[in-house]
Ligand binder design. Sequence first.
Ligand code: GLA
Length: 391
Amino acid sequence: MTLNELAKEVAHQFERTYGRPPLWTAAAPGRVNVIGEHTDYNNGFVLPMAIERYTVIAAAPSNKASKCIELRSSASETPARIDLGQALKPAPKGMWFNYPLGVIAGFTSQGANLEGFQALIHSTVPVGGGLSSSAALEVSTATLLEAITGRQLAPVAKALLCQKAEHDYAGMPCGIMDQFISVMGKKDHLLLLDCRSRKPELVPISDPAVALLIVNTNVKHELTGGEYAKRRAQCEQAAKILGVPSLRDADVESLERARGNMDDIAYRRARHVIGEIERTLHAAEGVRASNWPSVGRLMYASHTSLRDDYEVSCAELDISVSIAQALGLEDGVFGCRMTGGGFGGCTVALVEAKKVSTISERIAKEYEERTKIKPSLFVSRPAAGASLVNV
Ligand code: GLA
């Protein structure tokens, strides 16, 4: 289904729910990170792309003058009613509407004048799949609010407002990757983002001979749990021991020299981050040169490091990667790794486009045999970032 068809459907759903057509329809994509995992909050590099899976939000002003925002999601029975006449604060942890609520709070705290409206949200980004369903929800809300208020934010400011919503309202201390790519994604491009300077660089990937195959293990990940925050703290501790502002400023030699001063966990976390930043830069070069075997090797190395040093993989992710790896170059697989925060969610494989259906079938079959879980697989081209959609 194209974005336009999806947006049309959400507009119809809005009309069925509220009895009139929407005035605005905004959409923001999820993302898959090709490489550069757990590097964003260490000021390093990431190399994600936006995917052809979107959160769409259709909205119209309230029928009568009102300060109430009503949000409904096709994924939840519970609508949200937000009273703009009251000070905004987070709803209890785990409520789905904390993400849009945090974005609304971000706009109002910047002085935006919001009136009541009604909205309907529908998403094709799987929730808890490591494909940034939360960033897609935040960024689609921000795109809608730009249209409603006439207040256009600069792309970096928009991404940062959404990140703050996730920190303050969802309690997840995420880095900047997901919101940046959902705002700045470009068709047929990966985004090499320097998370220190926040400078994005587009890396074209339009070789029809390769495809990115996303395998959802259908093991849900839950990042608001403590493990993500723990990893961040361990990285900060390692940077402190190394005497640098962030692990971006460390290198393998300084890490080896300081090894005796740190515990094994801090050492391995730092080794992952330092290696991953380097792998990401090399992978971007590999993509530019269409050197797919080299990009693939870096993806496998990334996975091994995330599994053994960073310890954010899980059995199902490892199984998905090992099946792809066993198929190997001969059967059209260049590389594969877990993607996103980890502990479940998806793997991403770089494969020969002409072999993608055989590869998908074989991975799906063997994964199910070994885990007793049915995976979901799909291919995505790099998509454009958030926008309003004319329906
Ligand atoms: C989550 C976070 C991102 C990033 C990844 C790991 O998706 O939201 O900021 O840290 O995990 O690379």
